[in-house]
Design a protein around this ligand. Structure first.
Ligand SMILES: Nc1ncnc2c1ncn2[C@@H]1O[C@H](COP(=O)(O)OP(=O)(O)OP(=O)(O)O)[C@@H](O)[C@H]1O
Ligand SMILES: [Mg+2]
Length: 306
């Protein structure tokens, strides 16, 4: 395998010898806040992100095909010995030409969307009913695309502006698909007592076909709120990273690298929250996923005769 990219969370390898059109995407336990990656890691976070993305890709593949080729890679699938530390946190995907448009869907008035609403009564340029409190549910989910700018922070673009950068019919298609996947996800999460306030999708073209890529409706790409503690008017605590954000705010860190040291109690409470949101939404403990991943590994081992 050839290492081709490391993002904030994922390490990406090309299956060079076997099939250069395929990637091994490894979700590490790295955690970022305010766009800065911490020095410490959150135990099992990568496995949970991987399991959750697979969960959603399987439940939305009737809406749009996705990049997933093998959820439990092993030596057979990648064509060389499979490193123990990748087990349960890596998938083989189609290598896509990514569309450089972050497809954000907002179902609730949270974060920067509320700030915009407060000053202009719009959300991403869409006119929205007046007088709404923070964290209110929007009448209908809105497609709010953004692009990465050269400073690394994303920048909102209107649908009209997106249509100048990309073919108009493609932007319409991305909007339609993003809203459909969000609605499916929000409905499933809602039934489990979780509000999917907003989320981000990435799409690409693999062998000419439009496919859903990257991670799907994970705590890293979404705002999940507990329905139980939801009160419109106050933005609910975000399920996952809140203990980290709270800790960082408390230290008075200026949000530029290097980040401060994170105490292990904070890391453990983060790990607990990732596990909890996974279990609540999918109804299964991450240990089941890990068991399946380990079993896939040993199957291939015996096939290989070692
Ligand atoms: N099927 C795919 N083919 C090619 N690239 C993909 C595919 N799926 C996801 N990617 C890209 O792989 C990378 C995953 O890494 P990660 O999520 O850690 O990056 P990030 O820090 O979120 O984003 P970036 O570094 O791009 O700003 C992203 O750049 C994503 O766009
Ligand atoms: Mg990413």
């Amino acid at each position: 395998m050839r290492h081709i990219y490391s993002g904030k969370v994922r390490d990406v390898y090309e299956l060079e010898r076997l099939n250069p059109h395929r990637l091994l995407m490894v979700a590490t336990d790295r955690v970022s806040a305010f766009d800065v990656v911490m020095k410490e890691t959150v135990p099992s976070k990568g496995q949970i992100l991987t399991a959750m993305s697979c969960y959603w890709m399987e439940r939305t593949s009737d809406i749009v095909p996705n990049h997933l080729i093998a959820k439990f890679p092993n030596a057979e699938v990648i064509g060389e010995p499979f490193a123990e530390e990748f087990v349960g946190r890596s998938v083989v995907t189609a290598r896509a030409e990514m569309i450089e448009l972050e497809c954000i869907v907002r179902g609730y008035l949270a974060g920067s969307a509320y700030k915009e609403y407060r000053s202009t009564s719009t959300v991403h340029g869409h006119k929205v009913a007046p007088g709404m409190a923070p964290a209110s549910r929007l009448d209908e989910p809105l497609f709010c695309p953004s692009v990465k700018n050269h400073l690394g922070h994303d920048e909102n673009v209107s649908i009209e502006a997106a249509k100048v950068m990309f073919p108009s019919s493609l932007v319409d298609k991305l909007a339609e698909l993003s809203l459909a996947i969000y609605s499916r996800g929000a409905k499933i999460a809602e039934a489990a007592g979780i509000i999917l306030a907003d989320t981000k999708f990435e799409f690409g073209f693999a062998e000419g076909e439009l496919v859903l890529c990257d991670e799907v409706m994970t705590p890293d790409s979404s705002r999940f709120w507990s329905r139980e503690s939801y009160v419109p008017g106050t933005e609910p605590e975000q399920y996952d990273k809140q203990p980290l954000r709270d800790y960082l705010e408390m230290t008075g860190w200026d949000k530029t690298p290097p980040p401060p040291d994170i105490p292990s109690a904070v890391l453990e409470s983060l790990a607990r929250r990732y596990r909890e949101v996974y279990a609540t939404i999918t109804g299964s403990d991450i240990s089941e996923w890990l068991g399946d991943a380990a079993a896939a590994l040993s199957t291939a081992r015996s096939d290989f005769g070692d």
